[in-house]
Design a protein around this ligand. Structure first.
Ligand SMILES: Nc1ccn([C@@H]2O[C@H](COP(=O)(O)OP(=O)(O)OP(=O)(O)O)[C@@H](O)[C@H]2O)c(=O)n1
Ligand SMILES: C[C@](O)(CO)[C@H](O)COP(=O)(O)O
Length: 218
């Protein structure tokens, strides 16, 4: 019983282009993966953290984080599955991107509370701020997407452990962009709780600069 968190950190960070795995890139002197793990533990509602690292960087990640570190796979779904296989008897499992390393505790707590309230799959989400248009491959506008009811989904995503295991077992070749997508694919219900802008995903150099500024401002 308890809450386990799987932290996928095995990506290469091509878009950031730092010359090393993104999760090892420092934000104000602390590696993203360490910030992500510390944030989960600081919430007080997470008992165990399993970090999924690029296979050739397992030792380095184990050196910088408080979590147990295991080797990852060729994409995010594979990495989460490898982390999930290491989860013991926790009845709630969170999956949290190392790249969302400034996520506040309030979001972690809200996700765990919603799973504990009986929801099998819970995602934090925030309103979409921009107007959204669908375009064709040439960039010509096809239509205006009605923004009503559109939310941008973040992590940590929280799951009843059995639901997440069933979703991953059924995934096969399905490459959903998040774990809730795998739950939807098996017909599971996914609910949202309010996310937080600070849980943004560090993808580009500008995101990294914004993360540094945010840490300095806090
Ligand atoms: N094989 C992979 C690919 C991604 N991830 C993780 O999934 C999260 C979200 O992925 P993303 O932000 O896209 O990271 P990268 O794949 O590293 O970035 P890029 O696409 O720019 O290479 C990250 O914490 C990343 O480390 C993972 O664990 N295993
Ligand atoms: C899981 C995720 O962060 C939720 O928004 C997102 O889907 C990851 O996408 P990426 O393309 O693998 O970065």
């Amino acid at each position: 019983m308890g809450v386990a968190a799987v932290v996928p950190a095995a990506g290469s960070g091509l878009r950031l282009g730092a010359g090393k795995p993104k999760a090892l890139v420092e934000v104000a002197g602390v590696a993203m993966v360490a910030r992500a793990v510390d944030g989960l533990l600081a919430s007080g509602v997470v008992d165990e953290v399993i970090v999924v690292a690029p296979p050739e960087h397992v030792e380095e990640m184990a050196f910088v984080t408080a979590g147990r570190v295991v080797p990852g796979g060729h994409d995010r779904v594979a990495s989460v599955a490898l982390g999930l296989a290491e989860v013991g008897d926790a009845d709630v499992v969170l999956v949290h991107d190392a790249a969302r390393c400034l996520c506040p505790s309030s979001v972690v707590e809200a996700v765990v509370s919603a799973v504990r309230a009986g929801h099998g799959a819970v995602v934090p989400a925030i309103p979409v701020a921009d107007t959204v248009r669908r375009v064709d491959p040439d960039g010509h506008v096809v239509d205006l997407v009605d923004r009503t009811g559109l939310l941008a989904v973040q992590t940590p995503q929280g799951f009843d452990a059995d639901v997440l295991r069933r979703a991953h077992a059924a995934a096969g070749d399905l490459r959903a962009t998040d774990d809730a997508g795998l739950v939807e694919a098996i017909g599971g219900e996914v609910v949202t709780v309010p996310g937080d802008p600070r849980a943004f995903k560090i993808t580009s150099e500008l995101d990294l600069a914004m993360a540094e500024a945010l840490v300095a401002a806090l």
